[in-house]
Design a protein around this ligand. Structure first.
Ligand SMILES: [Zn+2]
Length: 241
């Protein structure tokens, strides 16, 4: 499965050489939230078999769906945060107008929306149709509005739960193509002098990392944990324990 993930807004979105932050609430720029979550979803998807990802973080709005299409994406998901005022709440997922109930887009949008609302404990406002530029329909396309970043309480709630949100989006997208989660054992290789372990950021992986560090310390050796996911995920790249 080839999944394109688009972090909405950013550099050159509306005009070459201009940064479009998207919605703004205090210190929070929508594009930065979109990009952080897109990286997290990408990292989660590396944990599935047979999933390849394309991360789109900049570029003219009208070119993004095209880039996904020329990469032969099977699915495309644009990540955005909604903005209105302090009172409005919930997750919304869009398909384009031609893709109503029963279409592959609608099914994917509904699955992602339900998972997102559940992960955040906020309402699912439903699947809506809109002819956004990025929903050109060259592959099944959806546009996700994660929550209302204009609503301070909802934004704080999202920030507290963003790992669960990334997990929810990734598993809903991967479910669409029946990709199986990799077995953890597949990621462990042993040799005489060192143990190489590729770990994620879930609680179990973190516990394993702590145990490895202890073991290495006890034996006077250095422990290095490498990321399961692609090099673009900056947080864990080459992290030395
Ligand atoms: Zn947006």
């Amino acid at each position: 499965m080839r999944q394109a993930i688009d972090a909405g807004h950013g550099w050159h979105n509306k005009k070459q050489g201009v940064f479009d932050p998207g919605a703004v609430n205090g210190i929070y720029f929508e594009h930065n939230l979109n990009a952080e979550l897109a990286h997290m979803v990408d990292a989660e998807l590396q944990g599935y078999e047979d999933v390849r990802t394309l991360l789109i973080e900049s570029g003219l709005l009208y070119s993004r769906d095209n880039r996904a299409a020329s990469w032969n994406a099977d699915q495309y998901a644009a990540i955005h945060f909604d903005s209105f005022d302090q009172t409005v709440s919930g997750t919304t997922v869009f398909t384009n107008r031609g893709k109503g109930v029963g279409s592959a887009e609608y099914v994917m949008a509904h699955r992602v929306g339900r998972a997102l609302a559940l992960a955040q404990g906020i309402p699912f406002r439903g699947v809506r149709q809109m002819d956004f530029a990025v929903l050109a329909g060259r592959q099944p396309d959806i546009l996700i509005e994660v929550c209302f970043m204009s609503n301070n309480a909802e934004l704080a709630n999202y920030i507290a739960k963003k790992r669960e949100v990334a997990h929810a989006i990734a598993s809903a997208l991967a479910h669409g193509i029946d990709s199986k989660k990799k077995e953890e054992e597949d990621d462990m290789q042993y040799d005489h002098e060192k143990v190489s372990v590729h770990l994620g950021t879930d609680a179990k992986s973190l516990a394993v990392k702590a145990a490895i560090k202890q073991l290495a310390d006890d034996n006077g050796k250095a422990a290095v944990v490498t990321p399961t996911f692609r090099d673009s995920w900056r947080g864990w790249l080459g992290t030395k324990l």
